[in-house]
Design a protein around this ligand. Structure first.
Ligand code: 5GP
Ligand code: ZN
Length: 113
């Protein structure tokens, strides 16, 4: 989708600090990091969000989480990290291309705000 920010990043039309890429997923540094590690992992397929995902998206959503776990291992933040999907404007979703936030490298309070 040409009007989607993350589709444009995946396509290389907009700059981003790429962390990882494979056939199905793409990971890059969040532009406004909320923790020492703050990486966004996205499916290459445009999915608006978890609400809009269908059964056929299950594998790629799982893959995004496994990529986040792999990056957490590489960044040595496995003592405690968080994967987060914000779903809908009320939860702070501001970009409508499904993305998993990987947050780590600092202590993370529970419950989140
Ligand atoms: P959301 O609020 O939708 O859960 O998360 C969107 C995330 O995308 C935010 O953490 C925000 O900082 C990040 N973001 C927004 N625009 C850009 C951008 O142009 N480049 C990168 N790398 N991250 C972005
Ligand atoms: Zn998109």
């Amino acid at each position: 989708m040409t009007n989607c920010l993350f589709c444009r990043i995946i396509a290389g039309d907009l700059p981003a600090k790429k962390v990882y890429e494979d056939q199905h997923t793409f990971a890059f540094e969040d532009i406004h990091p909320q923790a020492p590690t703050h990486v966004l992992v996205v499916p290459k397929k445009h999915i608006r969000g978890l609400k809009e995902a269908s059964t056929e998206d299950a594998e790629v959503i799982g893959r995004c989480h496994l990529v986040a776990a792999q990056i957490a291992r590489q960044r040595a933040v496995e003592n405690g990290y968080r994967t987060v999907l914000n779903i809908g404007p009320g939860a702070g979703q501001s970009v409508f291309h499904l993305h998993v936030h990987l947050l780590g490298g600092r202590s993370l309070a529970w419950p989140p705000g």
